[in-house]
Design a protein around this ligand. Structure first.
Ligand SMILES: *[C@@H]1O[C@H](CO)[C@@H](O)[C@H](O)[C@H]1NC(C)=O
Ligand SMILES: *[C@@H]1O[C@H](CO)[C@@H](O)[C@H](O)[C@H]1NC(C)=O
Length: 268
């Protein structure tokens, strides 16, 4: 798959509490759209169509969500192969992997951009455990690895070495577990934050999967993952019998979970 078509997306969450509505949404991106899937009503809405953008392959963009205005605002232009993006909401920093070698950081408005590390081996998937000060990322260059380090890339610890690339990871901050999805081997893997207890949570091949397992997100109760344009959800505890929520005509490249109450970001 052409990883160039993955693009960077930054959501600024509106933390307003709307007590009467409890709508739960999943935002996802394809190569030219940002869409919103409403879990309760089973409907899909196009939030942004960026097919007319020349440089969206290499932009960190933001928009307010939810809002009436889904105009994408570019805050930073990355190097080649932009990958994961993660937010330190305490310090107001955006971290992103790009340029085949770099993890960089800027403020939420794109100011004060700084390269934190410039000689990584194909950094891509990225996640932050802000509370404990650990960053998790994949290195997709050979040897391919899942890694953790401090936010300044110090205290690097290689968690796992694998044969295939990982485009997406997510952190279960309730249970201190790292999850990642491996496209070519069709596996969902997990490890404790400290790198112990590495498991194959699910072999998607057995479920019929065959490549294009790009994105994964973890909520309080569920594991969400994609298989080309299909969005699946399965019970996090049992990790069996995924149910199909939605099928897009295009490959789904990234997922964000949103709960309207504003109390939790990742609890659908
Ligand atoms: C929508 O958002 C964009 C980008 O933030 C801004 O430039 C524009 O003025 C906004 N439009 C309205 C109608 O608020
Ligand atoms: C997931 O499975 C466990 C074990 O069978 C069950 O207790 C739990 O209620 C299930 N969660 C959901 C959200 O269905």
């Amino acid at each position: 798959m052409d990883i160039q078509i993955l693009f960077c997306l930054l959501l600024l969450y509106n933390l307003r509490v709307i007590s009467l509505s409890f709508t739960r949404k999943i935002l996802f991106t394809t190569d030219s759209y940002i869409k919103e899937f409403d879990v309760e009503s089973n409907t899909v809405t196009i939030l942004a169509d960026h097919a007319d953008r020349v440089h969206f392959n290499h932009d960190v963009m933001r928009f307010r969500y939810p809002s009436q205005n889904y105009t994408l605002q570019t805050i930073f232009t990355t190097g080649i192969n932009p990958g994961g993006i993660a937010i330190d909401n305490v310090l107001g920093h955006v971290y992103f992997a790009h340029d085949n070698t770099k993890i960089s950081r800027c403020n939420l408005d794109g100011s004060n951009a700084v390269d934190i590390h410039t000689s990584l081996n194909g950094p891509f998937a990225l996640g932050l455990d802000v509370k404990n000060g650990w960053m998790y990322f994949s290195e997709n260059g050979v040897p391919r690895k899942m890694v953790r380090s401090r936010f300044d890339l110090s205290q690097r610890q290689d968690i796992y070495t694998q044969s295939f690339v990982a485009y997406s990871l997510d952190l279960d901050l309730d249970e201190d577990i790292l999850y990642w999805i491996i496209d070519e081997s069709n596996e969902i893997k997990s490890a404790n934050f400290d790198g112990t207890d590495i498991k194959t949570v699910m072999n998607l091949n057995a479920h019929g999967g065959k490549y294009d397992n790009i994105a994964i997100r973890i909520s309080e109760s569920y594991i969400f993952f994609t298989e080309y344009g299909k969005l699946f959800r399965m019970n996090k505890t049992t990790a069996t019998s995924p149910s199909l929520l939605f099928t897009d005509t295009k490959n789904i490249l990234s997922l964000y979970l949103y709960e309207h109450t504003g109390k939790k970001r990742h609890s659908v």
